[in-house]
Design a protein around this ligand. Sequence first.
Ligand SMILES: [Zn+2]
Length: 165
Amino acid sequence: MRRIITKICRNCRDPFQPKPQARKVQKYCSRKACQQVRRQRKYRRWIADPAHKAAHQERLRLWAQKYPRYWRHYRATHPNYVLEDKYRRAASLKRQRMFRKATDWQQIAVDRLKAIQTSYPPSCSAKPTDLARRVDSVVEYLRWTVEGRLFRKATGIANIGGSAG
Ligand SMILES: [Zn+2]
């Protein structure tokens, strides 16, 4: 007979007994809320992977090729969907524009900080004062934060060192 094992749920941190058929892989208890979180996290991981996203889009494309009249028919028979889709697309476009705007602003911030650093290099005086050192480190820190944010956006890394698995 197998011994009963107890695990800690990754969401609610409560102990739980995994289902026998999934005792090795189950990481969340069977509570509805915890299962919802599990599915959400799985989906986020999946969607963040460019390879999966490309494969998914390719499948969709092939399916649409196979049934070319499906969406035309669906749209003709579902006027509410057409309206919702219109708003959804408009909202998506707006988000994209705002994202681009934010990225532009961050790029401007990086350029200005770089300009400060190049026009006042740290070695401009033989013995920098504490105040000069502090200003230098503040500029350095600002550049690091803004550039880091830009880099994460460009590479699509949502959070480094987040929960894996
Ligand atoms: Zn739980």
